[in-house]
Design a protein around this ligand. Structure first.
Ligand code: FAD
Length: 320
Protein backbone atom coordinates (compact mmCIF):
# COMPACT_ATOMS: atom_id res chain seq x y z
CA UNK A 1 0.00 0.00 0.00
CA UNK A 2 1.58 3.17 -1.14
CA UNK A 3 0.06 6.04 0.82
CA UNK A 4 0.94 6.76 4.44
CA UNK A 5 -2.65 7.68 5.30
CA UNK A 6 -4.07 4.51 3.72
CA UNK A 7 -1.57 2.40 5.62
CA UNK A 8 -2.54 4.10 8.88
CA UNK A 9 -6.26 3.66 8.24
CA UNK A 10 -6.04 0.02 7.24
CA UNK A 11 -3.56 -1.36 9.77
CA UNK A 12 -3.87 -1.95 13.48
CA UNK A 13 -0.17 -2.46 13.98
CA UNK A 14 2.28 0.30 14.76
CA UNK A 15 3.66 2.09 11.70
CA UNK A 16 7.40 2.53 11.63
CA UNK A 17 9.19 4.96 9.33
CA UNK A 18 12.81 5.96 8.99
CA UNK A 19 14.23 9.31 7.99
CA UNK A 20 17.50 9.52 6.11
CA UNK A 21 19.53 12.34 4.62
CA UNK A 22 21.22 12.26 1.19
CA UNK A 23 25.03 12.06 1.27
CA UNK A 24 27.16 15.16 0.78
CA UNK A 25 27.93 16.05 -2.83
CA UNK A 26 30.79 13.89 -4.06
CA UNK A 27 30.03 10.97 -1.72
CA UNK A 28 28.54 7.67 -2.79
CA UNK A 29 25.06 6.56 -1.82
CA UNK A 30 26.36 3.13 -0.74
CA UNK A 31 26.82 3.94 2.97
CA UNK A 32 23.24 5.12 3.28
CA UNK A 33 21.83 2.13 1.46
CA UNK A 34 23.96 -0.19 3.64
CA UNK A 35 22.69 1.56 6.75
CA UNK A 36 19.08 1.11 5.58
CA UNK A 37 19.85 -2.56 4.89
CA UNK A 38 20.71 -3.10 8.56
CA UNK A 39 17.27 -1.76 9.53
CA UNK A 40 15.24 -3.77 7.03
CA UNK A 41 14.65 -6.62 9.53
CA UNK A 42 12.45 -4.14 11.46
CA UNK A 43 10.22 -3.82 8.39
CA UNK A 44 9.93 -0.04 7.89
CA UNK A 45 6.78 0.81 5.95
CA UNK A 46 8.10 4.16 4.73
CA UNK A 47 11.50 5.79 4.36
CA UNK A 48 11.60 9.59 4.35
CA UNK A 49 14.38 11.37 2.49
CA UNK A 50 15.21 14.94 3.49
CA UNK A 51 15.60 17.83 1.03
CA UNK A 52 18.21 20.54 1.34
CA UNK A 53 18.08 24.06 0.05
CA UNK A 54 21.10 25.28 -1.93
CA UNK A 55 23.11 28.14 -0.52
CA UNK A 56 24.22 30.87 -2.83
CA UNK A 57 27.91 31.61 -3.36
CA UNK A 58 29.34 34.54 -5.29
CA UNK A 59 32.36 33.71 -7.42
CA UNK A 60 34.69 36.14 -9.13
CA UNK A 61 36.36 35.16 -12.39
CA UNK A 62 38.28 37.63 -14.54
CA UNK A 63 36.68 40.53 -12.68
CA UNK A 64 33.14 39.26 -13.21
CA UNK A 65 31.13 38.30 -10.15
CA UNK A 66 28.64 35.51 -10.71
CA UNK A 67 25.99 34.06 -8.42
CA UNK A 68 25.93 30.31 -8.10
CA UNK A 69 23.60 28.14 -6.05
CA UNK A 70 25.44 25.23 -4.40
CA UNK A 71 23.54 22.29 -3.00
CA UNK A 72 25.60 20.36 -0.46
CA UNK A 73 23.24 17.39 -0.40
CA UNK A 74 21.65 16.79 -3.77
CA UNK A 75 19.92 13.56 -4.75
CA UNK A 76 16.67 13.35 -2.75
CA UNK A 77 14.59 12.11 -5.67
CA UNK A 78 17.31 9.74 -6.91
CA UNK A 79 17.64 8.12 -3.47
CA UNK A 80 13.87 7.70 -3.33
CA UNK A 81 14.03 5.73 -6.54
CA UNK A 82 17.01 3.68 -5.31
CA UNK A 83 15.17 2.84 -2.07
CA UNK A 84 12.12 1.66 -3.89
CA UNK A 85 14.11 -0.45 -6.37
CA UNK A 86 16.41 -2.02 -3.83
CA UNK A 87 14.19 -2.49 -0.77
CA UNK A 88 10.64 -2.36 -2.17
CA UNK A 89 9.82 0.15 0.57
CA UNK A 90 7.75 3.24 -0.20
CA UNK A 91 9.89 6.41 -0.11
CA UNK A 92 8.56 9.72 1.19
CA UNK A 93 10.52 12.61 -0.33
CA UNK A 94 10.54 15.86 1.58
CA UNK A 95 9.63 18.87 -0.52
CA UNK A 96 10.47 22.33 0.75
CA UNK A 97 9.38 25.85 -0.10
CA UNK A 98 12.93 27.25 0.07
CA UNK A 99 14.77 27.56 -3.23
CA UNK A 100 11.68 27.03 -5.39
CA UNK A 101 9.27 29.42 -7.03
CA UNK A 102 5.71 28.23 -7.71
CA UNK A 103 6.53 27.08 -11.21
CA UNK A 104 9.58 25.07 -10.10
CA UNK A 105 7.47 23.52 -7.35
CA UNK A 106 4.90 22.48 -9.92
CA UNK A 107 7.64 20.96 -12.09
CA UNK A 108 9.05 19.05 -9.09
CA UNK A 109 5.58 17.69 -8.31
CA UNK A 110 5.13 16.56 -11.91
CA UNK A 111 8.50 14.73 -11.74
CA UNK A 112 7.50 12.99 -8.50
CA UNK A 113 4.14 12.01 -9.97
CA UNK A 114 5.77 10.58 -13.11
CA UNK A 115 8.08 8.52 -10.87
CA UNK A 116 5.05 7.00 -9.17
CA UNK A 117 5.74 8.74 -5.83
CA UNK A 118 2.51 9.10 -3.85
CA UNK A 119 3.72 10.62 -0.56
CA UNK A 120 5.27 13.98 0.19
CA UNK A 121 6.29 15.60 3.46
CA UNK A 122 5.66 19.29 2.76
CA UNK A 123 7.91 21.72 4.64
CA UNK A 124 9.00 25.29 4.59
CA UNK A 125 12.65 24.24 4.95
CA UNK A 126 15.53 25.43 7.05
CA UNK A 127 17.55 28.42 5.88
CA UNK A 128 20.69 27.31 4.02
CA UNK A 129 23.99 27.25 5.93
CA UNK A 130 25.25 30.73 6.72
CA UNK A 131 21.83 32.38 6.33
CA UNK A 132 20.22 33.33 9.66
CA UNK A 133 16.58 33.31 8.58
CA UNK A 134 14.34 31.83 5.96
CA UNK A 135 13.87 33.91 2.83
CA UNK A 136 11.48 32.68 0.13
CA UNK A 137 12.32 32.85 -3.56
CA UNK A 138 10.61 35.54 -5.60
CA UNK A 139 7.20 33.97 -6.32
CA UNK A 140 8.01 31.22 -3.84
CA UNK A 141 6.15 30.15 -0.73
CA UNK A 142 6.72 31.84 2.62
CA UNK A 143 5.02 29.11 4.68
CA UNK A 144 4.49 25.37 4.40
CA UNK A 145 0.68 25.77 4.31
CA UNK A 146 1.04 27.48 0.94
CA UNK A 147 3.00 24.50 -0.38
CA UNK A 148 0.33 22.15 1.00
CA UNK A 149 -2.29 24.26 -0.77
CA UNK A 150 -0.40 24.02 -4.08
CA UNK A 151 -0.06 20.22 -3.80
CA UNK A 152 -3.74 19.88 -2.87
CA UNK A 153 -4.68 22.02 -5.87
CA UNK A 154 -2.62 19.79 -8.16
CA UNK A 155 -4.44 16.80 -6.65
CA UNK A 156 -7.62 18.47 -7.92
CA UNK A 157 -6.07 19.01 -11.36
CA UNK A 158 -5.51 22.75 -10.78
CA UNK A 159 -2.18 23.70 -12.34
CA UNK A 160 -0.82 27.26 -12.16
CA UNK A 161 -1.78 27.95 -15.78
CA UNK A 162 -5.14 26.93 -17.10
CA UNK A 163 -4.63 23.73 -19.08
CA UNK A 164 -6.88 21.69 -21.26
CA UNK A 165 -8.06 18.47 -19.55
CA UNK A 166 -5.37 18.59 -16.80
CA UNK A 167 -4.31 15.38 -15.09
CA UNK A 168 -4.84 15.41 -11.28
CA UNK A 169 -2.01 14.09 -9.12
CA UNK A 170 -2.72 11.87 -6.14
CA UNK A 171 -0.29 12.81 -3.39
CA UNK A 172 -0.74 12.02 0.28
CA UNK A 173 0.56 15.10 2.12
CA UNK A 174 2.28 15.01 5.50
CA UNK A 175 3.53 18.04 7.44
CA UNK A 176 5.84 18.80 10.38
CA UNK A 177 4.90 19.94 13.89
CA UNK A 178 6.76 20.86 17.05
CA UNK A 179 5.61 19.62 20.47
CA UNK A 180 7.82 22.27 22.10
CA UNK A 181 6.67 24.86 19.46
CA UNK A 182 8.59 25.97 16.37
CA UNK A 183 11.50 28.16 17.43
CA UNK A 184 10.22 31.22 15.54
CA UNK A 185 6.71 30.99 16.96
CA UNK A 186 5.79 33.25 19.90
CA UNK A 187 3.97 30.40 21.67
CA UNK A 188 2.60 26.88 21.21
CA UNK A 189 -0.97 28.09 20.71
CA UNK A 190 0.01 30.30 17.77
CA UNK A 191 2.09 27.51 16.27
CA UNK A 192 -0.85 25.11 16.60
CA UNK A 193 -3.09 27.66 14.90
CA UNK A 194 -0.83 27.55 11.84
CA UNK A 195 -0.50 23.78 12.09
CA UNK A 196 -4.28 23.60 11.76
CA UNK A 197 -4.03 25.75 8.67
CA UNK A 198 -1.72 23.12 7.09
CA UNK A 199 -4.30 20.45 7.91
CA UNK A 200 -7.18 22.58 6.63
CA UNK A 201 -5.27 23.05 3.38
CA UNK A 202 -4.98 19.29 2.87
CA UNK A 203 -2.33 17.72 5.13
CA UNK A 204 -3.44 14.21 6.05
CA UNK A 205 -0.99 13.39 8.83
CA UNK A 206 1.67 15.03 10.97
CA UNK A 207 5.20 14.00 11.96
CA UNK A 208 6.60 15.74 15.00
CA UNK A 209 10.00 17.16 15.66
CA UNK A 210 12.01 15.09 18.10
CA UNK A 211 11.29 15.48 21.82
CA UNK A 212 12.53 13.63 24.90
CA UNK A 213 9.68 13.99 27.36
CA UNK A 214 6.50 11.95 26.86
CA UNK A 215 4.38 14.59 28.60
CA UNK A 216 5.31 17.12 25.92
CA UNK A 217 3.89 14.87 23.20
CA UNK A 218 0.75 14.11 25.19
CA UNK A 219 0.04 17.78 25.97
CA UNK A 220 0.70 18.69 22.35
CA UNK A 221 -1.74 16.06 21.05
CA UNK A 222 -4.39 17.15 23.57
CA UNK A 223 -4.04 20.80 22.54
CA UNK A 224 -4.09 19.89 18.84
CA UNK A 225 -7.26 17.81 19.27
CA UNK A 226 -8.87 20.62 21.30
CA UNK A 227 -8.58 23.02 18.33
CA UNK A 228 -9.93 20.47 15.86
CA UNK A 229 -6.77 18.86 14.43
CA UNK A 230 -7.95 15.28 13.98
CA UNK A 231 -5.28 13.76 11.69
CA UNK A 232 -2.75 11.17 12.98
CA UNK A 233 0.20 12.71 14.84
CA UNK A 234 3.26 10.47 14.52
CA UNK A 235 6.01 11.11 17.07
CA UNK A 236 9.50 11.65 15.67
CA UNK A 237 12.34 10.24 17.79
CA UNK A 238 16.05 10.86 17.49
CA UNK A 239 18.64 8.89 19.44
CA UNK A 240 20.79 11.00 21.78
CA UNK A 241 23.72 8.77 22.60
CA UNK A 242 26.77 10.95 23.29
CA UNK A 243 27.91 13.85 25.46
CA UNK A 244 28.38 15.99 22.37
CA UNK A 245 24.73 15.62 21.39
CA UNK A 246 23.62 17.10 24.72
CA UNK A 247 24.51 20.47 23.22
CA UNK A 248 24.34 19.88 19.46
CA UNK A 249 20.75 18.60 19.43
CA UNK A 250 19.28 21.59 21.33
CA UNK A 251 21.25 24.10 19.27
CA UNK A 252 20.28 22.51 15.94
CA UNK A 253 16.69 21.58 16.69
CA UNK A 254 15.60 23.93 19.51
CA UNK A 255 14.44 21.15 21.85
CA UNK A 256 14.89 20.54 25.57
CA UNK A 257 16.82 17.63 26.96
CA UNK A 258 15.40 16.43 30.31
CA UNK A 259 17.73 16.53 33.31
CA UNK A 260 17.43 12.76 33.77
CA UNK A 261 18.76 12.07 30.26
CA UNK A 262 21.55 14.63 30.62
CA UNK A 263 22.60 13.08 33.94
CA UNK A 264 22.59 9.53 32.60
CA UNK A 265 24.85 10.51 29.68
CA UNK A 266 27.14 12.68 31.82
CA UNK A 267 27.54 10.01 34.47
CA UNK A 268 28.56 7.38 31.91
CA UNK A 269 32.15 6.21 32.29
CA UNK A 270 32.74 5.34 28.62
CA UNK A 271 31.36 6.11 25.19
CA UNK A 272 29.76 2.68 25.10
CA UNK A 273 28.00 3.45 28.38
CA UNK A 274 26.79 6.82 27.03
CA UNK A 275 25.46 4.97 23.99
CA UNK A 276 23.71 2.31 26.06
CA UNK A 277 22.16 4.87 28.43
CA UNK A 278 20.90 7.01 25.54
CA UNK A 279 19.37 4.02 23.76
CA UNK A 280 17.70 2.83 26.98
CA UNK A 281 16.20 6.27 27.63
CA UNK A 282 14.76 6.53 24.12
CA UNK A 283 13.42 2.98 24.26
CA UNK A 284 11.57 3.86 27.49
CA UNK A 285 10.11 6.95 25.84
CA UNK A 286 8.97 4.82 22.89
CA UNK A 287 7.33 2.34 25.30
CA UNK A 288 5.36 5.19 26.88
CA UNK A 289 4.27 6.40 23.46
CA UNK A 290 3.23 2.92 22.34
CA UNK A 291 1.25 2.41 25.56
CA UNK A 292 -0.44 5.77 24.90
CA UNK A 293 -1.56 4.42 21.51
CA UNK A 294 0.49 6.41 18.98
CA UNK A 295 -0.19 5.47 15.35
CA UNK A 296 3.48 4.98 14.56
CA UNK A 297 7.06 5.89 15.34
CA UNK A 298 9.24 7.94 13.00
CA UNK A 299 12.98 7.53 13.62
CA UNK A 300 15.40 10.27 12.59
CA UNK A 301 18.25 7.96 11.73
CA UNK A 302 20.35 10.42 9.75
CA UNK A 303 24.01 9.65 10.39
CA UNK A 304 23.00 7.47 13.33
CA UNK A 305 22.44 4.08 11.81
CA UNK A 306 24.03 2.18 14.70
CA UNK A 307 22.05 4.02 17.38
CA UNK A 308 18.80 3.73 15.43
CA UNK A 309 19.34 0.00 15.02
CA UNK A 310 20.12 -0.50 18.72
CA UNK A 311 16.99 1.51 19.61
CA UNK A 312 14.81 -0.54 17.25
CA UNK A 313 16.22 -3.80 18.60
CA UNK A 314 15.30 -2.74 22.13
CA UNK A 315 11.82 -1.45 21.31
CA UNK A 316 10.56 -3.74 18.64
CA UNK A 317 11.85 -7.09 19.88
CA UNK A 318 8.67 -9.17 19.89
CA UNK A 319 6.39 -6.10 19.76
CA UNK A 320 5.20 -5.93 16.15
P1 FAD B 1 5.83 26.26 8.66
O1 FAD B 1 4.70 25.35 8.91
O2 FAD B 1 5.72 27.20 7.50
O3 FAD B 1 6.08 27.08 10.00
C1 FAD B 1 7.23 27.93 10.11
C2 FAD B 1 6.93 29.04 11.13
O4 FAD B 1 5.99 29.96 10.57
C3 FAD B 1 6.28 28.53 12.42
O5 FAD B 1 6.80 29.29 13.48
C4 FAD B 1 4.81 28.81 12.22
O6 FAD B 1 4.11 28.96 13.44
C5 FAD B 1 4.87 30.11 11.44
N1 FAD B 1 3.73 30.40 10.54
C6 FAD B 1 3.11 29.54 9.70
N2 FAD B 1 2.16 30.19 9.00
C7 FAD B 1 2.20 31.49 9.37
C8 FAD B 1 1.50 32.68 8.99
N3 FAD B 1 0.53 32.66 8.06
N4 FAD B 1 1.81 33.85 9.60
C9 FAD B 1 2.79 33.89 10.54
N5 FAD B 1 3.49 32.80 10.95
C10 FAD B 1 3.22 31.62 10.36
N6 FAD B 1 14.05 21.11 6.81
C11 FAD B 1 14.63 20.99 5.57
O7 FAD B 1 15.21 21.99 5.09
N7 FAD B 1 14.58 19.82 4.88
C12 FAD B 1 13.94 18.72 5.35
O8 FAD B 1 13.93 17.69 4.69
C13 FAD B 1 13.31 18.79 6.64
N8 FAD B 1 12.65 17.74 7.15
C14 FAD B 1 11.98 17.86 8.36
C15 FAD B 1 11.25 16.77 8.86
C16 FAD B 1 10.55 16.88 10.07
C17 FAD B 1 9.76 15.71 10.58
C18 FAD B 1 10.61 18.11 10.80
C19 FAD B 1 9.88 18.24 12.13
C20 FAD B 1 11.35 19.18 10.32
C21 FAD B 1 12.03 19.08 9.10
N9 FAD B 1 12.75 20.15 8.56
C22 FAD B 1 13.38 20.04 7.34
C23 FAD B 1 12.89 21.41 9.30
C24 FAD B 1 11.82 22.47 8.91
O9 FAD B 1 11.92 22.79 7.56
C25 FAD B 1 12.08 23.68 9.77
O10 FAD B 1 11.76 23.40 11.12
C26 FAD B 1 11.43 24.98 9.33
O11 FAD B 1 11.99 26.03 10.10
C27 FAD B 1 9.90 25.01 9.51
O12 FAD B 1 9.27 24.19 8.62
P2 FAD B 1 7.68 23.97 8.67
O13 FAD B 1 7.33 23.18 7.48
O14 FAD B 1 7.27 23.47 10.00
O15 FAD B 1 7.21 25.50 8.46
Amino acid sequence: MAKVIDWLKQNDKLMFSLEITPPDRGKSVDDILSSIETMMPFDPQFINVTYHQPHVVYEEKAGVISRRPRRKKPGTVGICSAIRNRFRVEPVPHLICGGFDHFETEDALIDLNFLGIENILALRGDPPPGQPRYIPEKNGHQYAWQLVEQIAQLNRGQYIDELEDPFPTNFCIGVAAYPEKHFESPNLEKDLFYLKKKVDMGAEYIITQMFYDFRQYRTFVEKARAIGIQVPIIPGLKPLVSKKQITTIPSSFHVNIPAELVASIEEARSREQEFANGVRFLARLAEQLIDYGVPGIHVFSMGQGRAAKAFLETVFAGKR
